[in-house]
Structure formats: structure tokens, C-alpha cells
Design a protein around this ligand. Structure first.
Ligand code: NAP
Ligand code: ZN
Length: 370
């Protein structure tokens, strides 16, 4: 484990945060970028003002819009977007939307510069060239993809979600204009807010956490506790704070990564369509119970749980939003668990979870949550 006072902190992304600041988009794009691929999804284009504003502020450049990103973007979705990028001769990829369009923008930027299929890189092959420059404009307050070198893709054939990390996936800059998230439905505000909570908790407990990162993560948890309820109720000031918390939590996972709740939640999304943030948060309480007993950082587990003592624990905090915590309420049956365990045990996040984790541990955690 890294010594507590020996760490790196790498964040090459410029964060431009504040209401109305999407207006700076054109001025911030390097003048040599004349051809911009704008990656988004259909619902964002129709429900949020972000796309019209981005077009208006991009200033005299050629734009091709790729509006076909699906939720939890698939490998095919990225291949299709990258064909568009190549034919258009894109020089920069601008992702506008929730985590799905932002991650798709990252995958498309990678494949625009490197031969496909995408799966070869997800399986460990090094891409020879850096991705195209990436710019992110989030319209949800959750994933923090605007400040991470990560992207997550769905392989429908293998019924699996696969994470990918590359320093070239850090956006050159991200504009976080909280007003762009005001049009989120309450459910999206809640599910993305739960993602923020999981990012903070998991990066805090990770074996590659550092004191600087811990401070960020605990601050994020205080922000979530203070503002998530009102943000779900669509209070603009609280929604601003959740956008702030989401961006900070992105920085925290860019340094500390995520641990078991994220990867154990992937099957809930792939098999039952549970939104990403909710899937991670549902696994957080049973993983904390496991780590209370088995972790190498029991003091940190206690410190984290103490933040939720006013609610009677993190599980009660999550349930107070009407989120069921029993996996069976999402359709999971005991017979499914073996497959989930096989998919989870091979993922990198197991290695930075602060405990020796066996297949049998994963099985017990899932079963305890049934
Ligand atoms: P999302 O899948 O991007 O968006 C969910 C839905 O919210 C969208 O389909 C969209 O339309 C709606 N929506 C988004 N912004 C809106 C707005 N301003 N107004 C109205 N509707 C809006 O959800 P997400 O939770 O932000 O992203 C999840 C993805 O991010 C997952 O694939 C996850 O694995 C990934 N992720 C990436 C990272 C990273 O570091 N790269 C970290 C965590 C998660 P509809 O509601 O109509 O569908
Ligand atoms: Zn997440």
C-alpha cells in the first residue's frame, strides 16, 4: 500500500465551473481546431438547452453532431461514432450530456486515432496514438467523467461493462455549467447524486487513496448529505452544489479509483437496467459491512460511517430517498449471483479494494443483499 505521505496527484484538465460559462466554449477551443465532432444523446438534444447553446457558442467552426449515444454506451455505438469522426476529419471531440455521452466522446476520440475494434484496447492492448483532444460539458451531476481519465462501455454480447483508463482521456478542459443540469428529471438527479456518494466513499477507502484525496472525498460526502435532498426536489442552489460535488468526486476517483460497489453494481445495470449511480449505491452498504470486518483500513471505514450517524447509517441515508436496497427488488435471484461473481472478480477495482477479496466473499456480499 502507498505510504500515507507518498502520493501523486495528476489532473491535467482545466475545470471551468459556473452558471452561464458555456458561453466561453468558442474562446477556449484552440483556434487550430476547425472541425468539431459534438457527441450527445437524443434526449439531451431534445430536453436540455445544452446542444443549442454549444452550437451557438462554438463560434464559426464546422460541427458534425453525433446524437446517437445510448445509455451505458455499447462497443458498436463507439465504432459508429468513430466512423463519423474519421469521415468528417474531426480535430476535437466535444461530449455534451450525462456520463454516457461523455464516455462515448472519449471512446470515439480514441478510435478516431487508432484502429478498431475498441475491445482490443479494453482487453489491454496499448493504443499507438493518443486520442483526439476531448472537451466535456456535463448535463447531469454525477459521473465526474469531466475530470477523469476513465470511460466505461457495455459489451452486449458478453453482457458485461468494461472500464478503460488512459491519460489521454482526461479532457483538455471541461465546462461545468450547473444550469445545464436543471432540466434533469428528479429520478436522474437522484441516481446521479448517488453516484457522487459512491465515488467519494469508494475513492476514500481505496488502497491508492492519499490524504489530499481523502480531504476531497470527505468534503464531497458532506456536500451530498447537505444538498442531495433539496437537489432532487429541483432547488437550483442545491443542484449547483451537487454539480460541484460531482466534479470534485470525479477528481477523487481520478486519483483513488473506485472499489467493489461500482464493479459489483455493473451486473444490475447490464441485466436489469438499474441506472449506474443507483446500482453502485445499492451495493455500498453491504460492501461496508464486509469491510468493517475484513478491511485493512477499519479506522477509515468507521470514519466514513460516522458521517451518516445522524441518519442511523449510510443504508438509512440511501433508503430515505425511497431507494430499495434489497437486490431482489430489482429482480436479482440467488441463482444469478455465480455469474456476477465471475464477472466481478477479474476486474481491476478488486485489487484496490482494501481487503483480500475472494470469490466466496463476493458471493456472500451479494447474497447478504438479496
Ligand atoms: P446518462 O446515461 O448519461 O444519462 C441518463 C439519462 O439522463 C439520459 O438518457 C438522458 O435522457 C437524461 N439526461 C441527461 N442530462 C439531462 C438533462 N440535463 N435534462 C434532461 N435529461 C437529461 O447517465 P449518467 O448517470 O450521467 O451516466 C452514466 C454513465 O456514466 C454510465 O455508463 C457509467 O458507467 C458512466 N460513468 C463514467 C465515469 C467516468 O469516470 N468516466 C464514472 C462513473 C460513471 P433520458 O432520461 O430521457 O434517458
Ligand atoms: Zn460511477
Amino acid at each position: 500500500m502507498t505510504s500515507p505521505l507518498c502520493f501523486n496527484f495528476f489532473l491535467p484538465t482545466e475545470i471551468v465551473f459556473g452558471a452561464g460559462r458555456l458561453s466561453e466554449l468558442g474562446a477556449r477551443l484552440s483556434p487550430e481546431f476547425r472541425r468539431v465532432l459534438l457527441v450527445t444523446d437524443k434526449n439531451v438534444s431534445s430536453r436540455s438547452p445544452a446542444i443549442d447553446l454549444a452550437r451557438r457558442f462554438i463560434g464559426g467552426r464546422d460541427i458534425l453532431v453525433f446524437p446517437d449515444v445510448v445509455e451505458n454506451p455499447t462497443l458498436d455505438n463507439i465504432e459508429e461514432g468513430s466512423r463519423n469522426a474519421k469521415e468528417f476529419g474531426a480535430q476535437v471531440v466535444l461530449g455534451v450530456g450525462g456520463g454516457s455521452p461523455l464516455d462515448a466522446a472519449k471512446g470515439i476520440a480514441l478510435l478516431a486515432e487508432n484502429p478498431g475494434p475498441l475491445l482490443r484496447y479494453l482487453k489491454g492492448e496499448n493504443p499507438g496514438r493518443n486520442p483526439l483532444p476531448i472537451v466535456c460539458v456535463p448535463t447531469t451531476s454525477g459521473t465526474g467523467s469531466e475530470t477523469t481519465p476513465y470511460a466505461v462501455f457495455t459489451d452486449p454480447d458478453a453482457r458485461n461493462k468494461l472500464g478503460y483508463s488512459h491519460p489521454g482521456l482526461f479532457p483538455v478542459f471541461s465546462i461545468v455549467d450547473p444550469t445545464l443540469a436543471y432540466s434533469m428529471p428528479e429520478e436522474v438527479a437522484l441516481n446521479t447524486g448517488l453516484d457522487v456518494l459512491s465515488h467519494a466513499a469508494e475513492s476514500f477507502l481505496s488502497t491508492i487513496a492519499s490524504p489530499l484525496n481523502d480531504a476531497l472525498a470527505l468534503h464531497v460526502i458532506d456536500e451530498v448529505i447537505a444538498h442531495l435532498k433539496a437537489a432532487v426536489g429541483k432547488d437550483p442552489k442545491a443542484m449547483d452544489r451537487m454539480s460541484y460535488a460531482a466534479t470534485l468526486a470525479g477528481i477523487a476517483i481520478a486519483q483513488g479509483g473506485t472499489i467493489l460497489p461500482h464493479i459489483m453494481g455493473y451486473p444490475l445495470t447490464v441485466f436489469y437496467g438499474v441506472p449506474h449511480g443507483r446500482a453502485s449505491a445499492v451495493l455500498l452498504p453491504p460492501v461496508l459491512v464486509f469491510l468493517r470486518e475484513k478491511s485493512s483500513v477499519p479506522d477509515k471505514v468507521r470514519a466514513l460511517e460516522k458521517h451518516f450517524s445522524a441518519f442511523g447509517g449510510v443504508a438509512n441515508f440511501i433508503e430515505s430517498f425511497g431507494v430499495p436496497l434489497k437486490l431482489s427488488s430489482y429482480g436479482v435471484r440467488e441463482g444469478d449471483i455465480g455469474d456476477y461473481v465471475q464477472k466481478t472478480i477479474v476486474k481491476g477495482d478488486v485489487k484496490i479494494t482494501p481487503a483480500v477479496v475472494t470469490e466466496s466473499d463476493l458471493f456472500s456480499i451479494y447474497r447478504s443483499a438479496l
